[in-house]
Design a protein around this ligand. Structure first.
Ligand code: ATP
Ligand code: MG
Length: 548
């Protein structure tokens, strides 16, 4: 990296990096994205990827995919595969893929070195006793009675731990730092524990596993990481991160920098909770379109570009805050407005017959009016149509500009029609509207002189296809709705299914294509068996503000 041509720093992380380059501490940038393979990635991870991959990219450096697999009881290969897939989908390429378990041998050797140098000891206290002797924020902890074992004794015991001589929890290895440290993480933290569990990669080779705080700085160093970018909750762990690096003489020692997590309103982002939703069948799976997982967002039809755009707009800050979900949606909407084709579907169909129209004609429709190059396509018009039942009112309120008896309305891209009469069923419900059209009112060359304020969408009843429309609301009500436990906040109406009528064009589109259903919202087209499904990506307007 040329010191003279440093990129302009866009945030505090890049300022630190620029300083490190200027001071000659680093010459090239290496970062890593470090998921634990214990679940699927969510939109919070997209921010972490944006920071880790994005920063490396900006500096012409590299970003590794590092699986933090030090916790065998919760980790699975299924999650490893899903994580790799999600990262690729977002469009990131990792330089090297590695696992904490790749380094277990070296991590163990380093532990022996700490033991030999009197910097670690085997402790026989139980987890409970360790917790009870840790002290508090205002009081120092109590030193373990095993703290002064000799290095030789510690080495023998640690080797026995590894050989499987002891049961889970019977002993552990602790760093010997300072029980009076104002930072509780520095009070002789546990760095190895006994766990007789089969690891998804190393099988039964190990029955002791390193703790995250001890393993992570070592893995960073062994990968040549220059800047270890993580979220704020690790700030208090940085002294321990540095202690490990200094004690083991790492040079150059990786630098840990913390940034704020992404928190979004109306959703949960912790993998633990998302897993609970899946296991308790409150959603259809990890990729349920209501889930904030990347697979859920993908399944929902949210483009990867929109997620990255969102991450770049929210920026990288040092202080935690909560972002409105509606802001995320606004980014998605903006992207789709520019990129999605337009089409028509009627979600709650009401028959409309034009009594004075004969034959059929093809009308020109803009594929996307925001894109000059998108062009037009033909849509068949005829006398038998469906309109949205909510676009007709028998008892209209004042200033009702849609269709009413003896009123006019424009059919999108077609003609002005006049409602002459309605047909009702035995219960008095309107089941058909009888209209006449004004031949001189064709969109684009209207010479009728009739002024209408309302424009409504429609589909041709003779050519349309049945579609199942799925609409979504957020999984959770607002945090202030009920208790803190998300199970009390579940929104039972988060999924609605409607029987709609759609243009045949939608049935012929490629699965996965996003459309703007005019006046309705953005929907993803897919097929399930013979069924055409249109599933909501994002509404046309901001629902959060509307509903409040
Ligand atoms: P969770 O609590 O959801 O399980 P985690 O932090 O345990 O999340 P990891 O798999 O350990 O998940 O995370 C991989 C990386 O992604 C970590 O560096 C973590 O800090 C980061 N990360 C996780 N959640 C967020 C978030 N909401 N915003 C930004 N970064 C995040
Ligand atoms: Mg974690």
């Amino acid at each position: 990296m040329d010191v003279k041509n440093l990129p302009e720093a866009a945030n505090f992380i890049e300022q630190f990096i620029n300083e490190d380059i200027e001071n000659g501490k680093v010459t090239s940038i290496q970062t890593r994205f470090p998921p634990e393979p214990n679940g699927y990635l969510h939109v919070g991870h997209a921010k972490s990827m944006f920071v880790n991959f994005g920063t490396a990219l900006k500096y012409g450096g590299k970003c590794n995919l590092f699986f933090d697999d030090t916790n065998p009881s919760k980790e699975k290969t299924e999650f490893v595969d899903a994580i790799r897939n999600d990262i690729h989908w977002l469009g990131y390429e990792w330089a090297r893929e590695c696992y904490a378990s790749d380094f277990f041998d070296t991590i163990y050797e380093y532990a022996l070195r700490l033991i030999d140098e009197g910097k670690a000891f085997v402790c026989d206290l139980s987890a409970e006793e360790i917790k009870n002797t840790r002290g508090t924020l205002t009081e120092p902890g109590i030193e373990s009675p095993y703290r002064n074992r000799t290095p030789a004794e510690n080495r023998k015991l640690f080797e026995e731990m590894r050989a499987g001589k002891y049961k889970d929890g019977e002993k552990c290895l602790r760093a010997k730092i300072d029980m009076a440290s104002p930072n509780v993480n520095m009070r002789d933290p546990v760095i190895y524990r006994i766990l007789h569990a089969t690891h998804h990669r190393t099988g039964d080779k190990w029955c002791i596993y390193p703790m995250y705080d001890y393993a992570h700085p070592i893995c960073d160093y062994l990968q040549g990481v220059t800047h270890s970018l993580c979220t704020l909750e690790f700030e208090d762990h940085r002294p321990l991160y540095d202690w490990v690096g200094i004690s083991l003489g790492f040079s150059p020692k990786p630098r840990q920098i913390e940034f704020a997590r992404l928190n979004l309103t109306n959703t949960v982002m912790s993998k633990r909770y998302l897993k609970k939703l899946v296991e308790e069948k409150l959603v259809h799976g990890w990729d349920d379109p209501r889930m904030p997982t990347l697979s859920g967002l993908r399944n929902r039809g949210i483009p990867a570009e929109a997620i990255k755009d969102f991450c770049s707009r929210i920026g990288v800050a040092k202080a935690n805050s909560e972002c409105e979900y509606s802001y995320f949606e606004a980014c998605v909407r903006e992207y789709l407005n520019a990129h999605a084709e337009r089409a028509m579907a009627v979600l709650s169909p009401l028959k409309l017959t034009i009594t004075n129209y004969e034959g059929e004609e093809e009308l020109d429709f803009d594929i996307n009016q925001t894109d000059e190059n998108a062009g037009t396509r033909k849509v068949k018009f005829g006398k038998n149509l469906y309109i949205e039942s909510s676009d007709f009112s028998l008892n209209p309120p004042p200033k009702y500009f849609r269709l009413k008896k003896d009123g006019y309305v424009r059919l999108k891209n077609a003609y002005i029609v006049h409602c002459d009469d309605v047909v009702t069923d035995n219960d008095g419900n309107v089941c058909e509207i009888l209209c006449t059209y004004i031949p001189e009112s064709h969109s684009g060359h209207d010479t009728s002189g009739i002024k209408v304020k309302g424009v409504i969408h429609w589909v041709n009843a003779d050519t349309c296809v049945d579609a199942e429309v799925r609409q979504y609301e957020s999984l959770l009500r607002d945090a202030d709705y009920a208790g803190q436990d998300f199970s009390e906040r579940m929104n039972e109406h988060s999924e609605t299914i409607l029987a709609a009528k759609a243009e045949p064009y939608l049935a012929n589109a490629k699965d996965g294509t996003p459309f703007q259903l005019m006046r309705t919202g953005y929907y993803k087209k897919c097929t399930e068996g013979e069924k055409l499904v249109l599933s909501e990506i994002v509404s046309l307007k901001d629902n959060f503000n509307k509903k409040q």
